[in-house]
Design a protein around this ligand. Structure first.
Ligand SMILES: Nc1nc2c(c(=O)[nH]1)N[C@H]1C(S)=C(S)[C@@H](COP(=O)(O)O)O[C@H]1N2
Ligand SMILES: [Mo]
Length: 321
């Protein structure tokens, strides 16, 4: 990364939960436990999609007792794949999986352009060949105050952006999801300004925690979770993590985002997880972790404060951005 990027260097040991996970795995492997738990997991998850690529198989299925870096257990595959926000299909969280089951993601390419020196498009195979995926176990905190822990596979968005080489004028990154009402029935609902679009400041996009996810649980990305590729920005409310990306554009001005366009005083551009700043209609102090009975406290920046707080120096975090 060159110095023109604003992203500040951070301590790698703080941001590599997969490292903790891998060393734990090695211990389990030595004990002969990994294979058994993987088999158990497969038995518990009858709806696993076919593995879509060599890159997806390069990362092993986590054991069912895997945790994130602060010790929270991963949600089950069934939970992650059957409780979704994906308005292109339906606003019913438990109906997305069924409606997205036949969504065809081949062929697919992502166009990356705007204020860059090397604009180009990538097929999914090209992305996976160029940017080998790694495991990232991240908390996902929806603005609606529910959360999960998800074992993603993906690669750093920063690597992709470096490949297209942003110009000096580039300050923000704009993301666009597929627009195709024939394949995405929810897009016939004209209440929403399709396509879904999102944005990040360039330094947020370059941050090593920000990934393009290609799968989860060692499998190709389930359609309902954003196949073939989606953004994951773990310190921000879930709506920033746009699914089914077709276009990435480097721009000079803060881009419009779908939720900010619909309700600017309810969904900010920044949307950093912050328990101190309530949504206008509900508290953000606690959340419901899917699979748990009692609510838990919401963590500042969703628990990634040590990694990302420096991105917001000088911003008044008590303001609803
Ligand atoms: N294209 C698109 N991306 C999207 C959404 C959507 O409706 N369309 N919903 C967002 C919201 S509100 C959340 S909480 C997460 C949910 O991701 P998951 O279903 O994989 O848990 O996806 C985000 N990405
Ligand atoms: Mo969300």
């Amino acid at each position: 990364m060159t110095s023109k990027f604003k992203s500040k260097p951070i301590d790698r040991s703080e941001i590599t939960p997969e490292e903790t996970y891998l060393s734990r795995r090695d211990v389990l492997k030595a004990m002969g436990i990994v294979t058994a738990s993987a088999a158990l997991l497969a038995a518990c998850a009858p709806n696993l999609p076919e593995t879509g690529s060599a890159a997806a198989t390069a990362v092993n299925i986590p054991p069912s007792d895997a945790t994130d870096e602060i010790g929270d257990p991963v949600n089950t595959y069934e939970e992650i794949a059957n409780y979704n926000n994906y308005y292109e299909f339906t606003t019913d969280k438990q109906g997305v999986a069924r409606l997205a089951a036949d969504f065809d993601t081949e062929p697919w390419s992502i166009q990356v352009g705007g204020l860059v020196n090397n604009p180009r498009s990538y097929t999914i195979a090209e992305l996976q060949e160029k940017f080998p995926v790694e495991e990232r176990i991240y908390r996902l905190r929806c603005v609606e105050a529910w959360s999960m822990v998800i074992p993603w596979q993906g690669f750093e968005l920063g690597a992709l952006l470096a490949d297209v080489d942003p110009t000096e004028e580039a300050q923000y990154v704009r993301f666009e999801a597929l627009l195709d009402p024939k394949r995405m029935p929810g897009q016939n609902n004209k209440l929403y300004p399709w396509p879904y679009q999102e944005g990040l400041r360039l330094d947020e996009a370059m941050h090593p925690l920000t990934i393009i996810a290609t799968g989860l649980y060692g499998r190709a990305m389930p359609n309902q979770n954003g196949a073939p590729v989606r953004l994951v920005v773990p310190w921000k409310y879930g709506f920033k993590s746009i699914k089914a990306i077709t276009k990435i554009e480097l721009v000079a001005e803060e881009p419009a985002t779908m939720w900010n366009t619909i309700a600017p005083n309810e969904y900010g551009f920044y949307a950093n997880v912050n328990p101190q700043v309530d949504h206008p209609r509900w508290s953000q102090k606690t959340e419901r972790r899917i699979g748990e009975l009692s609510r838990r406290a919401t963590l500042m920046f969703n628990g990634y404060e040590a990694d990302v707080a420096n991105l917001y120096q000088g911003m008044d975090l008590s303001v609803y951005y």
